[in-house]
Design a protein around this ligand. Structure first.
Ligand code: TYM
Length: 327
């Protein structure tokens, strides 16, 4: 039997090249080697306030972006989290075995709660729902960007704790990070991770941004005070541009050094912009075709949920039995 892979994205904000290079590109690469489930995690999105109509539109947009990136729905299951109620059921059962202290230590919780006077309990519970997503399907591999690594450690801790309390139940999943592109930084500020929730102009390149805007954003990206590329001394802004180029092109380290050493930053930016655009243009074309057939997308999501629900329900049944709930 093939190892199962599970991963997902939140339908909040616009997907950007960090999401693509950190996760989606890898999903496409491995989809034929594993049994893959790719989820749109709408219940994670509502941990922060969302406009209902916008959220519903985003769910469909993300599904279309998965397909446009090259995820094949004949081979993988593409599904919406809330369409399979077992995600919420298992999350509750796991909540009951997760110490609050583990959750309060999560960087994402600390950052999100620091920004507001008070946050909903969902922000604290967020990683437990994520653990449920993964453990429901006994996934062995979870391909994500670096910012999710801490949540995956927590998932492993929760799985191990449950297994030791109630007997071997869950596969303990491994994290799979891409060699290049695991953490793409903001183009306006290379000290900050590129983020869907940052709306500052010049911060991110969204996958659906017009080509002119992409070019402008890259040409204005923050670099450093050197005039040209020197791999030994390059600052974080230049390294970020180089990573973006390398992740899109799959160039080796040697090829990168040969091509870019000594190149002036203006020319580096032009090359990066052309590389990004050469990938994003055909991607956007496929996206437009996919959304022109809404019935097709709805069918993909329905099939995906129908395919995975029996796996999820059987895990919930086992967990209920182990915990002594009524079955
Ligand atoms: P989300 O929606 O924030 O991000 C989706 C994926 O994109 C990666 N990513 C990045 N990679 C590189 N550079 C960046 N700047 C960057 N920003 C985001 C993320 O690491 C992620 O892989 N909690 C998850 C969603 C989730 C999930 C899951 C993932 C819910 N359940 C189960 C895996 C398995 C999240 O908010 O991702």
């Amino acid at each position: 039997m093939k190892t199962r892979v599970f991963s997902g994205m939140q339908p909040s904000g616009n997907l950007h090249i960090g999401n693509y290079l950190g996760a989606l590109k890898n999903w496409v690469r491995i989809q034929h080697d594993y049994e893959c489930i790719f989820c749109i995690v709408d219940m994670h999105a509502i941990t922060l306030p969302q406009d209902p109509a916008q959220l519903r539109a985003k769910i469909v947009e993300i599904a279309a972006l998965y397909l446009a990136a090259g995820i094949d729905p004949q081979v993988c299951s593409i599904m919406v989290q809330s369409a399979v109620p077992a995600h919420a059921e298992l999350a509750w059962m796991l909540t009951c075995v997760t110490p609050v202290g583990w959750l309060e230590r999560m960087t994402q919780y600390k950052t999100k709660s620091a920004k507001q006077e008070s946050v909903g309990d969902g922000v604290l519970q967020y990683p437990v729902l994520m653990a449920a997503d993964i453990l429901l399907y006994q996934a062995g591999i979870v391909p994500v960007g670096e910012d999710q690594a801490q949540h995956l450690e927590l998932t492993r801790d929760v799985a191990q704790r449950f297994n030791s309390l109630y007997g071997d139940t869950f596969v303990v999943p491994g994290t799979s990070l891409p060699a290049v592109g695991a953490r793409i930084m903001g183009l306006d500020d290379p000290a900050q991770k590129m983020s869907k929730s940052t709306t500052a102009a010049g911060h991110a390149i969204a996958l659906l941004d017009p080509v002119d805007k992409i070019r402008k954003t890259i040409m204005r990206a923050t670099t450093d005070s050197h005039p040209a590329v020197d791999f030994a001394t390059a600052g974080p802004g230049v390294l970020n541009l180089l990573s973006i180029y390398q992740a899109f092109s799959n160039a080796t380290d040697e090829e990168m050094e040969r091509r870019f050493t000594g190149l002036r930053y203006g020319d580096l930016k032009k090359e990066v912009a052309e590389m990004v655009i050469s990938h994003i243009e055909p991607f956007q074309e496929r996206y437009r075709q996919i959304v022109s057939e809404p019935g097709y997308l709805a069918g993909v999501l329905r099939d995906g949920a129908e395919r995975v629900a029996p796996i999820a329900n059987s895990t919930v049944r086992v967990v209920k039995e182990r915990m002594g709930l009524y079955v």
